[in-house]
Design a protein around this ligand. Structure first.
Ligand SMILES: CC(C)(COP(=O)(O)OP(=O)(O)OC[C@H]1O[C@@H](n2cnc3c(N)ncnc32)[C@H](O)[C@@H]1OP(=O)(O)O)[C@@H](O)C(=O)NCCC(=O)NCCS
Length: 258
């Protein structure tokens, strides 16, 4: 695919993704993601032709102007949309597929422990929320979504949504995924949670509150109960929203007058 055809597709992707993109002039002037992406096409060509220092230096110049650092060695697919962009870092051996969306502050980085291919692969249609970190030679499957602020350290299957630090799956193929076993919590505190769950189970058994149950089954019930109580929190939020509504209308009026 030619250089200009690629740029045209990138512009089209901005119009498709961002309702704030109202004119061609605005897109050409106000989207640092487009600027960084366009210069990366040239820098990547220089990198392949082995003008490596020049390519790296130019990528730093682009970073100075856009706040987006794309290593010239990184491979980016078609219609990659980097929105806002400030603070985005894409490492040398990262691979970004077609129709991927990245928000500001996203890092596709290494863990500092690997050599060779040490940055992530994002398959087509992946969406990465702002300030998410995807670290190491891992793969984010087709059409998966990474929540804002997440830290992803393991592969993500296709059509999944992951959130948290470290990230865990909350949706897969459209279905909600619940953590039902403390052993599924993969963070440095999981040992404490597992120990606590064990103690609670033991205490309940001693007090005769429940039959001895498997860790996962017992915990599943507790977790579902906690999900139910969130409904109260939701109604409080609805109430809050209701009290804010007069302000919302005022805001809409002011915004439409701008
Ligand atoms: C991850 C994301 C894509 C999920 O959206 P969704 O499918 O609508 O998911 P839901 O809103 O139903 O959330 C499901 C659960 O995940 C939690 N969750 C959602 N996003 C989260 C995040 N980034 N970090 C931690 N938890 C998150 C929700 O609280 C909810 O938990 P609960 O069911 O226990 O209450 C979205 O929340 C997100 O982070 N989008 C990024 C947006 C962004 O970066 N915008 C930048 C604009 S400049």
């Amino acid at each position: 695919m030619g250089f200009w055809q690629g740029v045209r597709e990138d512009i089209q992707a901005i119009f498709e993704h961002d309702p704030a993109a109202t004119s061609m002039l605005a897109v050409l002037l106000c989207y640092p993601g487009l600027h960084a992406r366009t210069f990366h096409r040239f820098n990547h060509w220089l990198w392949i032709k082995r003008f490596r220092l020049l390519a790296r230096w130019l990528s730093q110049v682009v970073r100075f102007f856009t706040g987006i650092e794309i290593h010239p060695g990184a491979v980016l697919g078609r219609r990659v949309f980097i929105d806002h962009g400030m603070g985005v870092v894409i490492g040398e051996t990262a691979f970004v597929g077609d129709d991927v969306t990245l928000y500001q502050g996203v890092t596709l980085g290494g863990t500092g422990k690997e050599k060779g291919k040490r940055h992530p692969t994002l398959r087509s249609g992946v969406f990465v929320g702002n300030n998410a970190n995807i670290l190491g030679n891992i793969t984010i499957g087709e059409n998966s979504r990474v929540g804002a602020g997440s830290v992803v350290l393991r592969d993500v299957p296709p059509n999944s949504t992951v959130v948290g630090v470290p990230a865990h799956i909350i949706y897969q193929d459209g279905k909600r995924v619940l953590i039902t076993d403390p052993k599924d919590v993969k963070d440095p505190l999981s040992d404490v949670i597992i120990a606590l769950a064990g103690e609670v189970r033991e205490l309940k058994e001693r007090l005769g509150f429940s039959e001895p149950a498997s860790a996962s089954g017992d915990h599943a019930v507790q977790h579902l109960q906690s999900v139910r109580t969130l409904a109260d929190e939701d109604s409080e939020r609805d109430e809050y929203r209701f009290t804010q509504r007069p302000f919302d209308e005022q805001f809409t009026e002011i915004a439409s007058g701008i």
